[in-house]
Design a protein around this ligand. Structure first.
Ligand code: URA
Ligand code: ZN
Length: 382
């Protein structure tokens, strides 16, 4: 039954063409290859500006489709909506970014379209988010051309985007024609972090990847999405479907404070059509938060948005069920692999168990978060 499927909407790949580019480079982002003392190939991924501890070990699970399917089988994941991992094309000159975006979108379409079907259901096991050449100096025509390309590739149902836009962030008015085209094409935009915040904030102690990933990533998403909201993107493009990584970062926790700061600021107060909390209910978020209390809280905040719908007296009570309908299971595979050999990945099991344990979510809500919401959002049953 399609409504019972487990769908992973936050799962990444470095397609072979992209991995080859990273191997050809010697500055971040790159893959450094060396031989171990027993003659094996040791590959490390260095993608962050202040990459701690010599990079992260990488292997076939980062690029090989068979490994993705094996991982899905091991964790009972029926369908994955796969995206290229960070930092996408951000570091390339415009012409190369445009060409590579087109090639990688075709590669990902092939990766998905030749995947098997879910047993007894006319849905493939793999769908994808395409890439746009979002780099400084790119022309609007090139971006629109790529939106058109992705909208015509049948297994690509959205676009993954970092937070820089074409160099000035997601509140850049130059992106308006792109938002319009994405909205018209019905593609879902997955907003995903890469840069974190200023590394000086992390101090001198060696904390590995903990601070950039646990805090820097969600703070980046919070700032980028808040700027997008403040610039009125969701007023101008009310049907745009944005999906935020890592359960929206810290935006749910800070949305009433944001609303209050707006109310007290003459520069912004008159610019937006709605109370800031209204926009939270326009977003979709992944359920990659690792804890049931966090998921429950985020669903409350999303549901509360109904209270701030302008022009209606329909004061929907905060209702976790309603909020759950905008939340979607994810794993962040192939990142966060177990440090020692285990049958299942802890990062996956935790996210799955968290959904099961949310107080106030019915079985139907949990099934929705596990996969039903993704089937609707990405039209997977078509
Ligand atoms: N680390 C990354 O660099 N990207 C992710 O998506 C997750 C962890
Ligand atoms: Zn991710």
């Amino acid at each position: 039954m399609a409504s019972k499927l487990l769908v992973d909407i936050h799962t990444h790949v470095y397609l072979p063409r992209y991995a080859a580019l990273l191997r050809s480079r010697s500055a971040v982002p790159f893959i450094r290859s060396s031989a171990t003392h027993d003659g094996k190939l040791d590959e490390r991924l260095l993608i962050l500006d202040h990459e701690p501890s010599g990079g992260r070990p990488v292997g076939p699970q980062y690029w090989d489709r068979e490994e993705k399917l094996k991982f899905m089988d091991k964790h009972g994941i029926d369908v994955s909506v796969v995206s290229t991992a960070n930092p996408w094309l951000d570091f390339l000159p415009a012409s190369q970014a445009h060409t590579l975006a087109a090639e990688l979108n075709e590669d990902l379409e092939e990766y998905c379209s030749t995947s098997p079907n879910v047993q007894d259901v006319p849905i493939r096991r793999l769908y994808g988010f395409g890439l746009l050449p979002l780099v400084p100096e790119i022309t609007t025509a090139s971006l629109l051309d790529t939106v058109k390309q992705v909208s015509k590739l049948p297994h690509l149902r959205g676009l993954i985007m970092g937070t820089r836009g074409v160099g000035k962030g997601l509140d850049d008015m130059a992106l308006d024609p792109i938002w319009a085209a994405i909205e018209a094409a019905g593609l879902v935009v997955f907003i995903h972090p890469h840069y974190g915040v200023d590394a000086k904030a992390w101090g001198d102690m060696d904390n590995g990847h903990v601070l950039p990933l646990a805090l820097g990533f969600p703070f980046e998403t919070t700032i980028a999405t808040t700027r997008l909201i403040l610039s009125g993107v969701l007023d101008r493009f009310p049907s745009l479907r944005l999906l935020l990584a890592h359960s929206g970062g810290t935006l749910p926790q800070l949305s009433s404070r944001l609303a209050s700061c707006i109310d007290h600021d003459p520069v912004v107060a008159s610019r937006l059509k709605h109370d800031a909390r209204y926009y939270l209910g326009k977003l979709y978020v992944d359920a990659v938060a690792y804890g049931p209390e966090e998921l429950g809280f985020v669903s409350d905040v999303i549901a509360r948005s109904g209270r701030y719908e302008a022009g209606t007296s329909d004061f929907k009570a905060a209702n976790r069920s309603l909020g759950s309908q905008r939340m979607l299971f994810g794993t962040d595979h192939p990142f966060f692999p177990p440090l020692s050999s285990t049958e299942k990945w802890k990062s996956v099991v935790e996210n799955s168990e968290a959904i099961d344990a949310v107080q106030g979510w019915s079985q139907a809500d949990k099934d929705g978060v596990r996969g039903g919401n993704a089937i609707s959002l990405f039209n997977l049953a078509e």
